[in-house]
Structures are given as C-alpha cells and as structure tokens.
Ligand binder design. Structure first.
Ligand SMILES: N/C(=N\O)NCCC[NH3+]
Ligand SMILES: [Mn+2]
Ligand SMILES: [Mn+2]
Ligand SMILES: [Mn+2]
Length: 314
C-alpha cells in the first residue's frame, strides 16, 4: 500500500475547539512509523495551512461559511495532489466539514466514487434544514447531485461541484439522525446500516451487503469517511458529539479490514478526534489510539497477524 497523509487542523465547522489538534495527536501516536512497520510506503504531506477569515458572519443560520469554504478549497487541492501522486489519501481531521474538500479533491482525481460514511450522524442536513447551522452536520448535502436544488449560494462555496450520486453512498453506524436528515435519506433512497441493522445483521453481514451494494453496478474507488464518534464513547470519548450505543472497537476495526480487502480503498478521512473533549489522558489516548488502529486496518493490518511477503525464516 502507498499512503499519502494530509493533516487538516480545522475546527470551524463546529463550535467546540480542540478538534484542530487531531492531526498532530494522531501523528504523535506513531501513525507513520506503524504504517511503515506493516509494509506501507508512506509520505506525510504535512498540515494544510488555513487562512484566517475575519467578520465571517452567518448566512441565514449557516455558521462560518467563508472559513469553511476557504479551508475546504485548500484541502481539496491538497487531496487532489496526493491522488495525482498515486497514493491512497489519508486525511486527518479536524471536523467533519472537511469531508467537503476531501471528497471534492478525491473526485477531481478519480471521477466516480463510492462513499462509505461511518458515523453516529448522517451529516446530510442542507443549509436550510440544519437545526444548528454548524457545517459539520451538513457536508454531504453540498456533494450530492440530487440535493443541489436545495443548496443556497454561499460565500467561498462556489468552487464546489456536486460529485456523488445518492446511489453510491452507504452509511454505517447511524444512531443520532435529525428528522430533516431522515426525510432526505428516505427521499433519496440512500443505503443505511444504522446501529439497528448492525445489531440485527452483525457487522460481517453489514459489510457483505455494503460491498454487494456498492459493487452491484460498476466498481468505483471507495472514499471511506470515518467519524471517530461512530465508535461507542466507551472507546472514543474525546470527540465533539459522543452518542451512546456505538460500534465496538472490534466492529470498527472489522469495517476497515473488510474495506481494505476490496482493494478499492482510494481515500480515507479520520475526523472529530478532539482532545479537549476527553476528561482524562486515558480518554484522549483511547480515542487517538482507536483512530490509529482504524487507519492501520485500512492498510492491511490483520488481527491474525501479518508477515512480509519476502520474509525468509532463519
Ligand atoms: N459529529 C457530528 N457529525 O458527524 N456532529 C454534527 C451532527 C449532529 N447532527
Ligand atoms: Mn468541522
Ligand atoms: Mn460526522
Ligand atoms: Mn458524528
């Protein structure tokens, strides 16, 4: 596996700061070294620098539109470059509003994508349905062809081109969905494996059905957007909007192992790690270590163990 890492220390899609510390915390936990140890070629492209935007007044109830739009435009260019260099892109957040730039930049390089969104939340409010106006609850709405008639003009958002079809999206882990989002999911017929389906089917069947669904038509590169709050707060408490009844560590890892074995993973986001939301160092390290382990699972780490193809027994 050839991996390109981008840090996106950005928090303005949501009201709680601290999430901008995610990229460097994940690096400090040894991500690059561990990926190299499991046989990956890794290039760390560093952190995207974001411009300060003054007087970023809300538009309607959409908060910090100019900062979020500008940050995602820069992130989009960075992801596009990593893909053009031939790597699988790992975007370390930062808040989930960054999926706008990550998916846009990925689509600029790869055209048609499948999106697997692992999250307690659907993040599919439009600017007009969002109860809070926080853009990290809205990123998908800016990306989906079928929702474009519902998106108003926003400053610094004009560069965004819708690039994902509703039929190419699968959600896993949902358990805190706004009524307006639920209506959108049903209206668009988007494939959803909420925690109910995870309980009913078990994670193996969920992943089998997910892959059957996204491969039922032509096979497309996979964009895996992983919000750490998909995991149960007992594992990943240091995050902005924890929700009880989440994925176990084992289920979370199974998802990444299964996606890896498809051979189609083309970009992964790991977002919403927020050290300021951990009450103890242990809570922070549990959250950060889970993020690292999930990424390692995306790139071939198996719980049965691994050994290099060229290993020669002494
Ligand atoms: N973690 C969050 N999204 O994934 N928070 C914002 C969405 C709340 N409805
Ligand atoms: Mn955000
Ligand atoms: Mn999210
Ligand atoms: Mn979430």
């Amino acid at each position: 596996h050839s991996v390109g890492i981008i840090g996106a220390p950005f928090s303005k899609g949501q009201p709680r700061d601290g999430v901008e510390k995610g990229p460097d915390l994940i690096r400090a936990a040894g991500l690059v070294k561990k990926l190299k140890a499991q046989g990956c070629a890794v290039k760390d492209y560093g952190n995207v620098t974001f411009e300060e935007v003054a007087n970023d007044e809300p538009i309607g109830n959409v908060k910090r539109p100019r900062a979020v739009g500008s940050a995602n435009q820069r992130l989009s260019a960075a992801v596009h470059a990593v893909k053009n260099d031939g790597h699988t892109c790992v975007m370390l957040g930062g808040g989930h509003s960054l999926a706008i730039g990550s998916i846009q930049g990925h689509a600029a390089a790869k055209k048609d994508l499948s999106v697997v969104w692992v999250d307690a939340h659907a993040d599919i409010n439009t600017p007009l349905t969002s109860p809070t106006g926080n853009i990290h609850g809205q990123p998908m709405s800016y990306l989906i062809h079928e929702l474009q008639s519902k998106i108003p003009v926003l400053p610094n958002f004009s560069w965004i081109k819708p690039c994902v079809s509703a039929k190419d999206i699968v959600y896993i882990g949902l358990r805190d969905v706004d009524p307006e989002e639920h209506h959108i999911l049903k209206l668009l017929g988007i494939e959803v494996y909420s925690m109910t389906e995870v309980d009913r089917l078990g994670i193996a069947k969920v992943m089998e059905e997910t892959c059957d669904y996204i491969f039922s038509k032509v096979k497309k590169p996979i964009h895996l957007s992983y919000d750490i709050d998909a995991l149960d707060p007992s594992i990943s408490p240091a995050t902005g909007t924890p929700v009880v009844g989440g994925l176990t560590y084992r289920e979370g890892i199974y998802i990444t192992e299964h996606i890896c074995q498809t051979g189609l993973l083309s970009a992964v986001d790991m977002v919403e790690v927020n050290p300021k939301r951990g009450r103890t160092e242990d809570e922070i390290s549990s959250t950060v270590n889970a993020a690292v382990d999930l990424i390692r699972g995306c790139f071939g780490k198996l719980r049965e163990g691994n050994h290099p193809a060229d290993y020669k027994m002494p």
